[in-house]
Design a protein around this ligand. Structure first.
Ligand code: SF4
Length: 230
């Protein structure tokens, strides 16, 4: 039987925009990517990109500049992303912590063993598991992490790889267990998001066109239901 990893490999990412990937492509600077991750949470890609652009232009996306900038300037710059007061506070705090602990160079943390780096990232206020995992996935190839966002959580539950009440750590660990060694975990993360955006929508998922339907419990149950007499 075909595996989830094989089906995921066949998913084409053409046309998908990922804020974090585009910042990483332009500048292989983990601090800039971390800022991009904070700006892209719970907002559209277009809003996150606009907020990043304004921040770069008005304040500068560097630890010292952000740490020394007045909070109001950061708030004003990141306004397009929404939740701007909270985001500005998180960014200023992140910048101050990166300066204080690593002399402004996040690579000093990312060169440590990845589990230790993950624990330390999680000790920084404003960095949650998803942020830490996206950062590690983008800069530490040996890190066994798979960040779970709302799309991936929904897809994993419908596929039946986890139960309906599974939380972040359970979903992430189960996907890693299924996919490790069969597909690059960052590639799998991006492709699961693409499946969630294109086919596995919260309402009326488009199972008939979905590349994962062969291994999906939700789709199988729906097919049986469709065949049943009404
Ligand atoms: S087959 Fe349907 S329910 Fe399953 S992952 Fe695809 S869209 Fe979602």
């Amino acid at each position: 039987m075909v595996s989830l990893a094989e089906l995921l490999r066949s998913v084409n990412l053409g046309g998908e925009r990922f804020v974090v990937s585009s910042i990483r492509r332009r500048r292989r600077d983990p601090f800039k990517v971390l800022v991009g991750i904070v700006l892209s949470q719970n907002t559209s890609d277009a809003n996150a990109i606009e907020a990043y652009r304004r921040l770069e232009e008005r304040v500068g996306v560097e630890p010292r500049r952000l740490a020394e900038a007045p909070l109001e300037s950061i708030e004003d710059a990141v306004r397009p992303a929404g939740l701007y007061r909270r985001r500005a506070w998180v960014l200023k705090n992140l910048a101050a912590t990166v300066l204080e602990r690593y002399g402004g160079d996040l690579w000093r943390l990312l060169r440590r063993p990845w589990r230790e780096a993950r624990r330390e990232l999680l000790s920084i206020p404003g960095i949650g598991v998803k942020t830490a995992d996206v950062l590690l996935a983008n800069f530490v190839p040996e890190a066994e992490v798979l960040a779970v966002d709302t799309h991936i959580s929904r897809v994993a539950k419908r596929l039946g790889v986890v139960g309906p009440r599974a939380g972040y750590e359970e979903t992430s660990s189960r996907l890693i267990e299924l996919l490790r060694g069969k597909i690059d975990l960052l590639e799998a993360h991006l492709k699961l998001i693409a499946v969630g955006r294109r086919y596995c929508r919260p309402r009326r998922p488009r199972c008939g066109e979905c590349p994962l339907r062969e291994v999906c419990k939700y789709a199988a149950a729906r097919t049986v239901g469709d065949d049943a007499p009404r």
